[in-house]
Design a protein around this ligand. Structure first.
Ligand SMILES: [Zn+2]
Length: 491
C-alpha cells in the first residue's frame, strides 16, 4: 500500500498501519502453519477475525513452562483488535449525550468472547484494578470468562435524570448511566454481553475521631438522623470510575482529539495502540483512580436549587488524609468540610464531599516525597517562598490535577448552585463556575485547624492566588514562614 505523507500524525498512523499489515501477514502465515500442524479445523470455521495467532507466537517468545501457566486459561488464539476495518469487528455505536441509556448505547470494554467483536471502548473495566484481575486470571484464581452476578447490587438512590446528562459537553469523563448499567442493558447482559457498571451507589455509617471531638466540644449535635445517637454519620456514597469520551475531553482542554490520543498513547508507554489505530472507538477507560461522592442529608435535595448545599471537592493526600502527616492541611480541611456538610444537612439542607484519587496533586506519592526531601534540605530551609519551586524542579509543573474534568461529577449529581464551597482553590472555583454552576460563598479553613508545619503550604498557596478571607502574606512573610527543618525530622 503506498500512502502520501500528509502530516506527522497521519504519517505516523499510516506507518503503524503498514507495520500492522506486515505483522498480520506474518501472523496469518504462522497461524495457518500452526493450524495445519495441529489439524485444527475448528478455529478456521469461526467468524473470521484477523489477525489471530497462538498466544506464545504473538508475543514472539517461547511458551512458558507448563507448570507456570494454568491449563486452558485462554483459547489458543490471541485476537488483536488494533487493526482498523477488521472483518467481523463491529463496535456497538454510541451516541454520547443521548437522552436515554438505550439510545446512548452500552459501553463495552470487555474482550470476553461474546463481547470482543462489538467492543466499543478502549481500555478495561475497573480502572487500574484491571491489572490485579489479570493476575488473578493468570494464577488460576479467576476464570477469564467469569461474569458478575448482579443480584441485589442496584443503587439505593439513583439521582433521577438531571438535564445535564443529555448535554454531550457537560459530562465527558464519566458515564452518567454508569450506575444504571444492569437496569438499562439487562437484556444484553443476559444474552452474554459483558457490560459492567462504572458507578456504584451505596449507604454507610461513618465514625471519625474528630467528629466525636466536635460533638464533645458542642460544635456538632447528635440529632438521631444525620448524626446517630452513637455519633455516627449517615452517608450515601457513590464510587465512580472514569469513562472518557475522547472528543469531549479534548474539547474541554482546548486541544485536538488526535493530539490527545497521541499523548495518551506515548505517555502510557504505548499501552493502548487502539488510541492511534482505532479512531472509530471514541470512549477510553483510563487506568487511573476514580472518585467517590459522600452525601450527608437527603440526597434528593442535591439537585434542588431551593435547598442549601455545602460542598467540598477534595483531592487525595493519603499521607495526611489517612495517616495524619502534618506537613499539609489535607486531613484538617477534609474534616472541616465533613463537619460543615453535616451542619448544613442538620439545618435542613444537604452536604457533599467529592473525593478524587489524584494523589499529591496528581503527581503521585513518589514525586511528592522527593519534593518533601528537596524542600526540607534546600538552602535556607523549607520556606513558603520556595514551596512551588521545588515541585516544579522535580515534576516540571506545580500541579497536574487540571480541574477541567472535575465538574462533570457535579453535573452528574444535577447540581445547579453551591451555597458554601469549602475550598481555597482558584482552579476548582474557576472550573466549577466556568461550567455553569454558581458558587455563592467560598469558605477557607479556620486558622486554628492548620497544623504548624503546614503553614508553609498554606501561605504559599495564598500568595499564589488561592482564596482566603485573611490578608495575603507579604514577600517577607513568605521568606519567614518556615517549616520544620530536615534535622527535626530525623527519628
Ligand atoms: Zn496533603
Amino acid at each position: 500500500m503506498t500512502l502520501p505523507k500528509e502530516s506527522t500524525d497521519t504519517g505516523l498512523l499510516k506507518t503503524i498501519l503498514e507495520k500492522l499489515e506486515n505483522i498480520e501477514s506474518s501472523i496469518q502465515t504462522k497461524s495457518a502453519m500452526t493450524d495445519n500442524e495441529q489439524g485444527d479445523t475448528e478455529t478456521q470455521s469461526k467468524a473470521p477475525i484477523s489477525p489471530s495467532v497462538p498466544a506464545s507466537k504473538a508475543a514472539g517468545i517461547s511458551p512458558p513452562s507448563p507448570t507456570s501457566l494454568k491449563d486452558n486459561v485462554y483459547e489458543s488464539h490471541v485476537i488483536l483488535t488494533t487493526y482498523p476495518n477488521q472483518v467481523g469487528i463491529k463496535p456497538i455505536s454510541l451516541k454520547w449525550g443521548a437522552t436515554s441509556a438505550q439510545e446512548r448505547g452500552p459501553i463495552v470494554a470487555s474482550r470476553h468472547p461474546q463481547s470482543i467483536r462489538i467492543r466499543n471502548a478502549i481500555g478495561a473495566y475497573g480502572g487500574s484494578y484491571c491489572i490485579y484481575r489479570a493476575l488473578a486470571v493468570a494464577i488460576g484464581d479467576l476464570s477469564p470468562n467469569h461474569r458478575p452476578d448482579y443480584t441485589n447490587t442496584e443503587p439505593p438512590f439513583t439521582f433521577g435524570h438531571p438535564a445535564q446528562w443529555d448535554d454531550p459537553e457537560k459530562i465527558v469523563s464519566i458515564d452518567p448511566w454508569g450506575h444504571l448499567t444492569v437496569e438499562s442493558f439487562g437484556d444484553q447482559i443476559s444474552k452474554g454481553i459483558d457490560i459492567r457498571p462504572t458507578i456504584a451507589v451505596t449507604r454507610a455509617h461513618m465514625k471519625l475521631a474528630e467528629v466525636d471531638e466536635a460533638i464533645e466540644q458542642g460544635r456538632l449535635a447528635k440529632d438521631g438522623d444525620v448524626v446517630t445517637s452513637e455519633g455516627q454519620l449517615k452517608v450515601l456514597k457513590a464510587a465512580i470510575e472514569p469513562v472518557w469520551y475522547l472528543p469531549g475531553v479534548a474539547k474541554r482542554f482546548g486541544i485536538g482529539e488526535t493530539l490527545l490520543r497521541r499523548a495518551l498513547f506515548e505517555d502510557t508507554g504505548g499501552m493502548y495502540p487502539e488510541l492511534i489505530t482505532r479512531p472509530d472507538l471514541k470512549v477510553f477507560l483510563p487506568p487511573i483512580g476514580g472518585l467517590t461522592v459522600y452525601i450527608f442529608g437527603d440526597p434528593e435535595k442535591i439537585s434542588d436549587p431551593s435547598q442549601k448545599l455545602t460542598m467540598r471537592v477534595h483531592d487525595e493526600c493519603n499521607g495526611s488524609d489517612v495517616f495524619g502527616s502534618d506537613i499539609c492541611t489535607c486531613r484538617p480541611y477534609l474534616i472541616y468540610g465533613i463537619e460543615q456538610c453535616v451542619k448544613t444537612a442538620q439545618e435542613g439542607g444537604v452536604g457533599a464531599i467529592v473525593y478524587f484519587r489524584k494523589e499529591g496533586r496528581a503527581l503521585g506519592e513518589v514525586t511528592k516525597y522527593l519534593v518533601y526531601n528537596a524542600r526540607k534540605r534546600q538552602e535556607g530551609g523549607d520556606t513558603a517562598a520556595n514551596y512551588f519551586k521545588r515541585t516544579e524542579c522535580i515534576a516540571g509543573v506545580k500541579d497536574m490535577r487540571f480541574q477541567a474534568l472535575m465538574p462533570d461529577v457535579l453535573h452528574w449529581l444535577g447540581i445547579k448552585k453551591i451555597d458554601r464551597f469549602i475550598s481555597m482553590s482558584n482552579m476548582k472555583y474557576n472550573a466549577i463556575t466556568g461550567s455553569g454552576i454558581d458558587i455563592l460563598e467560598r469558605v477557607s479553613i479556620p486558622e486554628d485547624m492548620i497544623p504548624e508545619d503546614s503553614q508553609v503550604e498554606i501561605k504559599a498557596k495564598i500568595a499564589d492566588g488561592y482564596f482566603t478571607t485573611e490578608n495575603a502574606p507579604t514577600e517577607k512573610d513568605l521568606v519567614n514562614t518556615r517549616g520544620r527543618d530536615w534535622d527535626d525530622i530525623h527519628h
